[in-house]
Design a protein around this ligand. Structure first.
Ligand code: A3P
Length: 283
């Protein structure tokens, strides 16, 4: 397994796309601007859904932009080498995506007024979604079974490390006014309210008909249809399929054994005991 990853400050990154010097340079040198808007997630938490929503809010629900420009250009991935150049030439307000844990995030962010939307998701569903994604892609050695992936996930031996540490780290920012934490589950259950919350955080207003357009164009079905031929790095059908796989909450129930579910509950409760339960709407 070790050969799949480069380890940076205890975090495994897929070695095919993350030169260690890049991550360090981003951390030390990347200049965050006050107008920047970051969408930060642990992988498989609904990142692309959030990007779509924010882009649609900015275009007042008009899907022309999201249909014609791939998401990697609309909101470049901070830690991927090619993004730095794209970001340097991008006019503000820049939308930027990242999965980085807080301790590897650009230092300049912490003295800026840039905004972060941090989207979390039930780690059980993150695990299942991640398992299907890594099985269908070639970034890391394919997991042999869900059982193996489950064990690796609990030990943080999966891309971007431990879910628990990622969440714990970013939670340290949650009282700040330039930080908005949302959950996939709330977004799913009450998309309208969550979109309004994002608008308020970003200082955007939508007319009623614009909000309807955002809602329509960020739905799972419409996104799945839009995405089909747009994303250059996801050109084969199989990979496209796993990016927009099921889009539901609670899929883990169809994959975990009773023993795994019980063990996961115990681990979750132990590791997240010092946070109020309300922060995790799936619990
Ligand atoms: P599943 O694999 O459980 O279906 P990310 O963008 O962080 O890689 O997350 C991918 C997950 O978000 C996938 O979950 C995908 O189906 C889900 N997703 C993407 N767009 C969505 C949407 N519009 N509504 C609900 N879920 C969505």
């Amino acid at each position: 397994m070790a050969e799949n990853y480069v380890w940076i400050d205890g975090i495994p990154f897929p070695s095919v796309c993350f030169p260690p010097e890049n991550i360090r340079e981003t951390h030390e040198m990347f200049m965050v601007s006050d107008g920047d808007i970051f969408m930060v997630t642990y992988p498989k938490s609904g990142t692309n859904w959030l990007i779509e929503i924010v882009c649609l809010i900015q275009s007042k629900g008009d899907p022309t932009f999201i249909k014609s420009v791939p998401f990697t250009e609309r909101s470049p991935w901070l830690e991927i080498s090619e993004s730095i150049k794209t970001l340097r030439n991008k006019k503000g307000p820049r939308l930027i995506t990242s999965h980085l844990p807080v301790h590897l995030f650009p230092k300049s962010f912490f003295s800026s007024k840039a905004k972060v939307i941090y989207l979390i998701r039930n780690p059980r569903d993150v695990l299942v979604s991640g398992y299907h994604f890594w099985c269908a892609t070639t970034y890391i050695k394919k997991p042999e079974s869900l059982e193996e992936y489950y064990e690796n996930f609990l030990q943080g031996k999966v891309p971007y490390g431990s879910w628990f540490e990622h969440i714990r780290g970013w939670m340290s920012q949650r009282e700040k006014e330039n930080f908005l934490m949302l959950s996939y589950e709330e977004l799913k259950k009450n998309t309208r309210t969550s979109i309004k919350e994002i608008c308020e955080f970003l200082g955007e207003t939508l007319k009623a008909e614009e909000l309807e357009l955002v809602l329509k164009n960020c739905s799972f079905q419409v996104m799945k249809a839009h995405r089909k031929d747009k994303d250059s790095f996801l050109s084969n059908n199989e990979t496209h399929f796993v990016m927009m796989r099921k889009g539901i909450t609670g899929d883990w129930r169809f994959h975990f054994t009773v023993a795994q579910a019980e063990e996961f509950d115990k681990i979750f409760q132990k590791k997240m005991a010092d946070f109020p339960k309300e922060l995790f709407p799936w619990e």
